[in-house]
Design a protein around this ligand. Structure first.
Ligand code: KIV
Length: 306
């Protein structure tokens, strides 16, 4: 085992931006790639400080931060606000913007224009789109326009209804082969990486030797080149349904509820603010202020400073 592979748990050196060749190098060395979603300045800062390799401004933000029931309703303008905020919190990880449903499927021109907005207006390094099929052409067009593209196959939430709902995909050989075909087509179209979502571990393991670009799994077993989880799922902030593949590393939502509840109790019991949270005046200034206001109350003079 090379020394690089032995140190594969090490985060990237701080401040050295992760590039496409960093990711390709990690795949070549068998170093796992860590990716997480982020949707705003503080979550991006957390991802930066934690030393992940890639940050995805996922359209999952539709549900986790915007409160929509699915990823479908989020608009391009909403995604750009989230992505620009995440950009301001990041230096090192590669930043990928997720093209929202309805913003890229119509034509290559539409796909390129949308991808350009993520790069120009939000400062993203790359974009992600969902599905094989016509998305392969859209991916190729965006790559040819000079913007790196990440593919996404398996469970593709933007078209979950057509897939029979939010359920794992590719559990029979024929269905698995269709996913493999999509993945290979996206690689051939020039994608620099590809997400496998909610597919059997056996599928990932069997196809990995045939895919030359980094494969990032979410519910795709341990054989992929890297893993991605949704920030709000892994930290226990989102209180909606958690998929089988989610591992909770914290229970931040409960901490937040407890904190706000204690604050509200303190306000109601007049325990907050205490002297250390309070600004003061010099005693003579305070005394003068009280006198002026008392005079004002008695005589109703308009000119308080006169
Ligand atoms: O939107 C998202 O967060 C995603 C990841 C789950 C890959 O697409």
């Amino acid at each position: 085992m090379s020394s690089a592979a032995r140190e594969s748990h090490a985060p990237p050196p701080k401040g050295k931006p992760v590039t496409l060749s960093t990711l390709a190098g990690k795949k070549a060395l068998g170093e796992p790639i860590a990716m997480v979603t982020a949707y705003d300045y503080p979550s991006a800062q957390v991802a930066e400080e934690a030393g992940v390799d890639m940050v995805l401004v996922g359209d999952s933000g539709a549900m986790t931060v915007l409160g929509y029931p699915s990823t479908v309703p989020v608009t391009l303008d909403e995604m750009l606000v989230l992505a620009a905020a995440a950009r301001r919190g990041l230096k090192t990880p590669m930043l990928i913007g997720d093209l929202p449903f309805g913003s890229y499927e119509g034509s290559d021109v539409e796909a390129i224009k949308t991808a350009q907005r993520f790069v120009k207006e939000a400062g993203c390094d790359a974009v992600k789109l969902e599905r094989g099929g016509s998305s392969v052409d859209r991916a190729r067009a965006i790559v040819e326009s000079g913007i790196p593209v990440m593919g996404h196959v398996g469970l593709t939430p933007q078209t979950a209804t057509a897939l029979g709902g939010y359920r794992s995909q590719g559990r029979t050989t024929d269905k698995a082969l269709r996913i493999v075909e999509d993945a290979l087509a996206l690689e051939e179209a020039g994608c620099f990486a590809i997400v496998f979502e909610a597919v059997p571990a056996e599928l990932s393991e069997a196809v990995m030797p045939q895919i030359g670009i980094p494969v990032i799994g979410i519910g795709a077993g341990p054989a992929t080149d890297g893993q991605v989880l949704v920030f709000h799922d892994l930290l226990g902030i989102y209180d909606g349904h958690a998929a089988r593949f989610v591992k909770r590393y914290a229970s931040i939502r409960q901490d937040m509820v407890d904190g706000v509840a204690r604050y509200a109790e303190d306000v109601r019991a007049r325990r907050y603010p205490e002297p250390e949270h309070t600004y003061t005046m010099a005693p003579d200034e305070a005394e003068r202020l009280r006198e002026v206001l008392a005079r004002h109350a008695r005589h109703g003079a308009h000119d308080l400073l006169g």
